[in-house]
Design a protein around this ligand. Structure first.
Ligand code: SF4
Length: 291
């Protein structure tokens, strides 16, 4: 198998076969992200991707799930992506779940017919970063996404039958916009109704614009208590849809995973307990690990 540069995959894909399809991210400008700073966006040669799929086939491992790396693979031309999906289907027939990273704008830029074709060829799920529902924060972090665009992208994915995990960042509004961040994010999620949801506590990644803003004092990080309050607000105010909640990212203060709304009360109990008893709430900032 051939992998170039640092390879990332979402933590729910820990068991998946990874096939590198692109290098880097088409946007690569979000102020908090250093995932692909060492790479210029490039699409791998189809023959090279086929070779990796053939190599996986030769192992005779009955792979159940497969994740296409790197960043927003859905930005690829539909015809190209269809060839990859068809090759996976014919070579690895046990693989029932195929997923990738996608921007909500990537969904928006494809027609519903194209997305349905991709679904029919085996694409079951996409991981997408919303980060915040607050337009001011989205602009500040240079996400190049508006709430309306997020709604449109999500609606297209739903119509096509492609499940979407939406991740967002607890604390991305900093100390000053913590309340606006979580209120607007929760409101947007209640409209988008993602099939899966992953809140992740903010990590200041070295070398990023956000790290410079922290150093200069232009961005004051939310306190651990604010981060817990944000998650509490989210859990109290999500409504009207079922989702699989991945609140167990390694940097989160409280670890919760399960279905909502079924586990809502249980998760809230854990958050409330952390707010009253967890020693982390006495700290000014949350100490997290690099991605
Ligand atoms: S957060 Fe996503 S879209 Fe933004 S630069 Fe990083 S990989 Fe690209």
């Amino acid at each position: 198998m051939h992998y170039e540069g640092k390879i990332y995959r979402p933590w729910p894909e820990a068991e998946s076969l990874l096939i590198q399809t692109t290098l880097g991210c088409t946007h690569n400008k979000c102020t908090f992200c250093n995932m692909f700073r060492d790479k210029r966006f490039r699409i791998r040669e189809l023959e090279d991707i086929y070779q990796d799929i053939e190599e996986a086939k030769s192992t005779n491992v009955p792979f159940k799930s497969l994740f296409l790396v790197d960043g927003n693979v859905l930005a690829l031309k539909t015809a190209f992506l269809l060839k990859i999906l068809q090759k996976i289907r014919s070579s690895l027939p046990t693989c029932r779940k195929i997923s990738l990273y996608a921007g909500l704008n990537d969904f928006r830029r494809k027609s519903v017919e194209e997305l349905k074709e991709l679904r029919a060829a085996g694409l079951t799920m996409a991981y997408t970063g919303l980060e915040s529902g607050d337009p001011a924060i989205l602009e500040a972090i240079k996400k190049r996404l508006t709430p309306d665009q997020a709604i449109e992208g999500m609606a297209k994915a739903k119509t096509a039958g492609i499940a979407v995990l939406v991740s967002f960042i607890l604390g991305i509004g900093g100390k000053a916009r913590s309340k606006e961040h979580i209120a607007q994010t929760t409101k947007l999620l209640n409209i988008m109704k993602p099939e899966e949801l992953a809140p992740m506590a903010l990590t200041i990644q070295p070398g990023t614009e956000l790290a410079q803003q922290v150093e200069s004092g232009a961005f004051i990080q939310a306190t651990p208590l604010q981060i817990l309050e944000e998650e509490k607000y989210l859990l109290e105010n999500l409504q009207g849809f079922e989702t699989l909640y991945w609140g167990d990212h390694g940097n989160n203060i409280v670890s919760s995973r399960g279905r909502l709304p079924t586990s809502q009360k249980q998760f809230l109990r854990k958050i409330n307990q952390a707010i009253t008893t967890h020693p982390v709430i006495r700290q000014e900032i949350l100490h997290t690990n690099e991605w």
